[in-house]
Design a protein around this ligand. Sequence first.
Ligand code: DGL
Length: 265
Amino acid sequence: MIGLFDSGIGGLTVVRELLRQAPDASFVYLGDTARTPYGNKSKETIERYSLENAAFLLSHGATSIVIACNTASALAVDALRKAYPTVPIFEVITPAVEDALAATHGRVGVIATRATIGSGIYQAKLKEARSWKLEAGKGKQGLFIQAIACPLFVPLVEEGWLNDDETKRIARRYLSSLRQTHVDTLILGCTHYPLLAPIIQRFMGKQTMLVDSAASVIRRVLASGEIDRRGEQKYFLTDLSTRSTEIARTWLAREIVFALASVSA
Ligand code: DGL
């Protein structure tokens, strides 16, 4: 059974892809809504929360872990792999970088939480790949990379303000410089952001391709064979709110019943 976790409901964007690609997959989802957001916390805290989340999922039948959160993927993947060396652990950053490189003409933007941008992982992976791209003769000039932290997006999504004027104004403020530099490809480097994709796309314009790594991370999970198809699907949150249930219902187009999770070391 696949175990997925996020700091909140953002990881449901990955669950939606899982349900699209394998509707009968068994999985257990944990959204750490009691402690969200992760994106403005320290590496130590993000590691601790991620280890606790993984322990919860494993104790509820998970045999593999999908870190459905860029922040935890950026800062806690090593700690998770060290703690669980025999458990397949999938992160979302490498697939996002690969998808962006396949799409771009040379100008890539990344938006993510402060912790993810501060870790420099996207910038480093894109730069690594740039030399690969140059060697492969795919690019004549260097890759232009612009990374912007958008710390207010996660609370706005958790609050369900997906199409509000305030959200549009904040998006304009965060994204203006990316529009000015004409990035042709924009990585949504946080699993919450696909919920804001209509606003982001409208502001950036049709010529900017948005990259959401959910589809490619799920393709990797399915290709690994780490899946059982008994259709057992469980959803947990560390704090229950009707808003989360409403957003999940709209996003997944089905009735979701969340159980309360008690997560600790
Ligand atoms: N969905 C998480 C991510 O992908 C959000 C992190 C947060 O809670 O700030 O980064």
